[in-house]
Design a protein around this ligand. Structure first.
Ligand SMILES: Cc1cc2nc3c(=O)[nH]c(=O)nc-3n(C[C@H](O)[C@H](O)[C@H](O)COP(=O)(O)OP(=O)(O)OC[C@H]3O[C@@H](n4cnc5c(N)ncnc54)[C@H](O)[C@@H]3O)c2cc1C
Length: 299
């Protein structure tokens, strides 16, 4: 099935990927990302985390383009308390040199801290998990605005939570987008999601802030039941989803219950970057691949 999705995603011509899958990307400029964040908050009280799309960068020049774009994003959202940012170590120079990556993340974290903007360090594949968690543990005391991500598909995550003790961490908890071998990870979604609920309890018991990032409505309801049962204050939790995944009534229901809802709002500096991102999303999500395939046959 994975191979089928990969083949389909790579076969579809770029202009079609762009046309059919564009709800997942705010556009090809920062302004378009900001417009989306403004509209979401103004019309629906939905918060945003703005993300510059890009592949893992292998040259210093390309990394610096991303770092500078994030600095501009921070300037632009200084007076938009409903917007935060998400970054990836891969885009900040990890594959050039891990210490160069750390310098870049610190540079942006320092700016985010001065203006009080949440900055989440996304989690990538398992080769970079140790690095990301160490970086997070080292930097969180100095930059309290920092958040990171834990993936419930990985067996190791339960123990990784122990590394966060004492940090009052800000954790986005998701199943994880990267395919990992069965020796180190759950391979079936129900197992990943049951583990997500188990990890949710552990994180909350340890006093961390948790952003529950899933579109599975059944599991959102199970998470809500846990939050009620554990009497978790509203300030210690939120729900996150990806822009473009049709969950309008769930957003409304959550906001009606007084929950914070934040959408991942990706923008790109060019449509080539955006299309690469969209192909990855299609490979990950059967529903999105099917949507694009159905639309193809309607033509
Ligand atoms: C805000 C946010 C940030 C994230 N950050 C990271 C990260 O840093 N690292 C990481 O590894 N993963 C990250 N993820 C991805 C996450 O790990 C999952 O891969 C993704 O959310 C799908 O899992 P799910 O729990 O929604 O369950 P699924 O079972 O995959 O999805 C449930 C249902 O939601 C719909 N759906 C889900 N995703 C899509 C999609 N892309 N397009 C169309 N429909 C969809 C489908 O109808 C599907 O049946 C993030 C997700 C979110 C929401």
């Amino acid at each position: 099935m994975f191979q089928f999705r990969k083949t389909v995603a790579n076969m579809i011509p770029a202009p079609m990927v762009r046309y059919f899958a564009s709800p997942y990307v705010a556009g090809d400029s920062l302004e378009k990302g900001l417009d989306t964040a403004d509209r979401l908050f103004r019309d629906k009280r939905i918060l945003s985390t703005i993300d510059l799309l890009g592949e893992a960068e292998k040259t210093k020049d390309k990394v610096m383009v991303a770092v500078e774009a994030y600095e501009k994003t921070l300037d632009a959202i200084k007076d938009r308390p409903y917007a935060s940012i998400s970054i990836k170590p891969g885009g900040f120079g990890y594959y050039v040199d891990p210490s160069f990556c750390r310098e870049n993340i610190e540079r942006v974290a320092d700016k985010a801290q001065k203006q009080g903007t949440l900055l989440t360090v996304d989690m990538e594949d398992v080769d970079i998990t140790d690095y990301t968690l160490k970086l997070y543990s080292d930097l969180k005391p100095k930059y309290p605005v920092l958040g990171t991500v834990l993936q419930s598909r990985l067996f190791r995550t339960e123990k990784d939570i122990d590394l966060l003790d004492g940090l009052k961490a800000h954790v986005r908890l998701c199943i994880g987008i990267y395919f990992e071998p069965k020796t180190i990870a759950f391979t079936k979604k129900p197992e990943m999601k049951d583990n997500l609920l188990k990890l949710l309890r552990k994180l909350l018991e340890r006093g961390h802030f948790v952003a529950i990032a899933t579109h599975d409505e059944a599991y959102i309801r199970k998470a809500l039941a846990i939050l009620d049962e554990m009497k978790v204050p509203k300030e210690q939790r939120e729900f996150q989803m990806l822009m473009g995944v049709p969950r309008d009534s769930m957003h409304k229901e959550l906001i009606g219950r007084g929950e914070n809802v934040r959408l991942y709002v990706p923008y790109a500096l060019s449509w080539d970057d955006a299309i690469a991102y969209l192909r990855r999303r299609m490979i990950e999500s059967p529903s999105m691949t099917m949507l694009v395939v159905k639309n193809l046959f309607k033509i």
